[in-house]
Design a protein around this ligand. Structure first.
Ligand code: NAD
Length: 492
């Protein structure tokens, strides 16, 4: 059985208190074991990062930027290999894995150019002969804890910006698809990252708790479900760490009566079922306003019939399996519940797709807002349709929802779209765009229970998170006009 270890101080470390299974979701069989780090292994990784920090911090900005340029070239040259590894352990199609990687690469490119944004401010002559300036300095050791659904991209959201700013890094990837983290670590090494600057510890809650309680960890970036995000934020900040913790979502796509039904249906299908619905920006609820509901539901159902579900090894597959058997069974269990009328039941298509953790795309109409379809983050290919009579009712659903990651509106009315952009209590808004994940030179983050902390992830907000500001007030007396006299103490 293939063994997946940690990456500590530039080498693979194959040890752990326990070994966790890694499945092939397309076949349902175990393909590897991943080591679950003990507190001692986490300590070794953090101390490697701590030891590497002074020299990495002292490396010039151009050197750190050059490492990012080289890393970008290596990731680009290895796109197929990385995508294949993502597909093998996550189950998403190769095209989807390549898409994930493309969004990750944007973050390397942003980091390579980040020195321009790491400039401070300078005020000349704030007082007579006194200048004031601000500089940004790294935090020290940053820990990144990431979810299963984007095993390449989400770590890249974090470590590219953190490293270029001069921090060292310890990544704790999801135990469900851990291999790609080691490939990225090796590419970072080839790009010129010194040993200890980037480390990986595998595992589960034990490893997370060890990172949260380690005094040498200065900051924590987390992405995952809301209960764990809340826990990581509370525990980390209690320990005096800087924490950003991105949580779950229930993204609403509002379709107004004037929308182009075909375009809205295409968007709902790709955003609802892409990556088997296992995206934090997936559309989970279509809010159909007024008379658009009937033609929209019919158009979505028609498109579902054409979706090919299958393993990533099938080049024509458009949707893969879910991550584990337990998760697939939990998602499928919704289809037996009350609270909506099932239009397309994906359980029937599941067996035909293969022996793995498959569930076909499912559509549930007339969903009531007190049902589990609506209240829970299902995180699978079950798309709900809630019917309402007005824009105001649709907006109230978006704004009253405890989550506030992304939302979208489909309309031909620019005024309505502009009003929605103004009104929506949500971190990311799409206008005729179903999954509005910002490009890397903006930043990503939700509101409400979708993010705990103050700063969004990657882009300019990422640089703010991974640096702290120091303000210097300096006085260099002009030898021609003054003598050194700071006023106190007086020399007698
Ligand atoms: P998860 O919360 O189960 O796991 C995330 C990470 O936390 C993993 O590394 C895991 O090992 C660790 N973890 C799990 N349980 C823990 C516990 N009790 N204590 C400490 N650590 C724990 O999430 P997941 O199932 O891997 O990913 C799916 C979730 O992530 C969904 O809720 C999705 O919406 C969310 N997500 C959010 C974003 C975002 O940007 N907001 C992006 C991707 C995924």
């Amino acid at each position: 059985m293939r063994r997946i270890g940690h990456w500590i101080n530039g080498s693979i470390v194959d040890s752990g208190a326990t070994e966790l299974p890694v499945f092939d979701p397309a076949t349902g069989t175990q393909q590897a074991v991943v080591m679950a780090a003990t507190t001692a292994e986490v300590r070794a990784a953090v101390s490697a990062a701590r030891d590497a920090y002074p020299a990495w911090r002292a490396a010039s900005l151009s050197r750190r930027s050059e490492v990012m340029f080289r890393f970008r070239e290596l990731v680009d040259a290895n796109r197929k290999e990385i995508a294949a590894l993502v597909s093998a352990e996550h189950g998403k199609t190769v095209a989807d894995a390549l898409g994930e990687l493309a969004r990750g690469i944007e973050n390397i490119e942003f980091a390579a150019g980040a020195p321009a944004l790491l400039k401070g401010g300078f005020t000349e002559q704030a007082s007579t002969g006194v200048d004031v300036y601000s500089i940004r300095q790294p935090l020290g050791v940053v820990a990144g804890i990431t979810p299963f659904n984007f095993p390449a991209m989400v770590p890249m959201w974090m470590f590219c910006t953190a490293l270029v700013a001069g921090n060292t890094f310890v990544l704790k990837p999801s135990e469900k698809d851990p291999s790609v983290s080691l490939l990225l670590a090796d590419l970072l090494r080839q790009a010129g990252t010194p040993d200890g600057v980037f480390n990986v510890v595998q595992g589960d809650r034990v490893a997370v708790d060890a990172l949260l309680s380690d005094v040498d960890v200065d900051a924590v970036s987390f992405v995952g479900s809301t209960p764990v995000a809340r826990y990581v934020h509370e525990t980390g900040t209690q320990g005096g760490k800087r924490v950003q913790a991105l949580g779950g979502a229930k993204n609403h796509m509002v379709v107004l009566p004037d929308a182009d039904v075909g375009a809205a249906a295409d968007a709902a299908v790709s955003a609802g079922y892409g990556s088997a619905g296992e995206r934090c920006m997936a559309v989970s609820v279509v809010v159909a306003v007024g008379a658009v509901a009937d033609p929209l539901v019919a158009a979505i159902a028609e498109r579902i019939a054409a979706i090919r579900v299958g393993p990533a090894s099938d080049p024509d597959a458009e949707m893969g399996p879910l991550i584990t058997r337990e998760h697939r069974d939990r998602v499928a269990s919704y289809l037996a519940r009350d609270g909506g009328s099932v239009v397309v039941d994906g359980r029937s298509a599941a067996a035909a797709a293969g022996p793995g953790f498959f569930l076909g795309p499912s559509l549930v109409d007339n969903v009531t807002t007190d049902s589990g379809y609506y209240t829970d983050e299902i995180f699978g290919p079950v798309l709900s349709v809630v019917r309402v009579d007005s824009y105001d009712e649709a907006l109230a659903l978006v704004n009253d929802n405890p989550y506030g990651n992304g939302t979208a509106i489909f309309t031909r009315d620019g005024g309505a779209a502009r009003r929605f952009q103004y009104d929506a209590v949500c971190g990311m808004v799409g206008i005729n765009v179903p999954i509005p994940v910002p490009v890397a030179y903006y930043s990503f983050g939700g509101w409400k229970a979708s993010l705990f902390g103050d700063l969004h992830m990657y882009g300019p907000a990422g640089l703010d998170f991974y640096t702290r500001t120091k303000v210097v007030t300096a006085r260099w007396p002009d030898p021609a006009t003054s003598t050194v006299d700071l006023g106190f103490p007086k020399v007698r």
